[in-house]
Design a protein. Structure first.
Length: 266
């Protein structure tokens, strides 16, 4: 299917201005440039290959050409900057739902932004989300939501990923339709994004996120700027922030932003 046919499949979806390119540096960088140039919400850039793909926390994101769904979406949500993370939550829930619809594989979310599967009491990463915001004065001018999902990888991962990553074709044993996955993801993301502006919609999104969150009830190591500690993840606040009871403590700490490592279940 070409971009035109995919657009037709997306119908009235808010995120349907699709531009699928064979190669780019980073789809997030491309969409940030479009956002800075004043382009409207709804643009979706997909690439078969990125030469400078970006991950969270300054990491790189690498995938062989054609192996992954590499997508960035231009959003202009009517949200306060402190609520921008809810756009990422909407993308996370849409991603796990889309993977389940297309492949039947049950995948879940590692707070805040990873799509994971639990196998043999270890958590393996299937995908990740990198959201980058542009502020306009004190307002949220744009949020670029980038997602990478490992779809059809070669049978062996590179050494540094072999024990921590997985791909949909490894889980199903058959090649998976990237285009169908994209369509289902964008439709689901459109739905949850619309909920952010609907009465009761944010609470509904956080409830769904909670249901899909593998981190809850897990022993974790929380990594913050300049500090790290271990504890048990016990819940999510109404805003979607993580509650972790540090080892030896009784009261939870609220984690607004940071990275979490799932420790092996005892
Ligand atoms: C993470 O570190 O887990 C987030 C990875 C996000 C990768 C995606 S791939 C498409 C988009 N373009 C990028 O450069 N990064 C994101």
């Amino acid at each position: 299917m070409d971009s035109e046919q995919l657009r037709a499949q997306l119908g009235s979806c808010r995120f349907s201005d699709l531009r699928w390119v064979p190669e780019t540096g980073s789809t997030n960088e491309d969409v940030l440039a479009l956002a800075r140039a004043g382009e409207p919400e709804g643009i979706v850039v997909v690439a078969d290959h990125q030469s400078a793909g970006r991950g969270r926390l300054g990491r790189s994101w690498e995938a062989p050409a054609g192996s992954s769904l590499l997508v960035s979406i231009l959003c202009r949500p009517d949200l306060a900057p402190a609520d921008a993370h809810l756009v990422t939550s909407a993308a996370g829930v849409a991603a796990v739902e889309a993977v389940r619809q297309v492949t039947g594989v049950v995948v879940r979310l590692k707070w805040p932004n990873d799509v994971v599967v639990e196998r043999e009491r270890a958590t393996r990463k299937l995908g990740g989300i990198l959201a980058e915001s542009l502020l306009d004065g004190g307002r949220l001018g744009a949020v670029v939501v980038g997602i990478g999902i490992n779809v059809n990888w070669p049978s062996e991962f590179p050494d540094e990923l072999a024990s921590i990553a997985t791909a949909l074709n490894h889980l199903t044993g058959v090649p998976v339709d990237r285009e169908l996955l994209l369509v289902r993801f964008l439709q689901g993301f459109g739905h949850w994004y619309d909920q952010l502006g609907a009465p009761g919609g944010r609470a509904e999104l956080v409830t769904r996120y909670r249901e899909e969150c593998q981190t809850l009830d897990h022993e974790v190591r929380v990594e913050l700027a300049g500090e790290s500690f271990s504890g048990r993840a016990v819940g999510l606040t109404e805003e979607g922030h993580l509650l972790v009871v540090p080892d030896g403590a009784t009261d939870p700490r609220i984690i607004v932003a940071g990275d979490v490592v799932h420790l092996r279940q005892r």
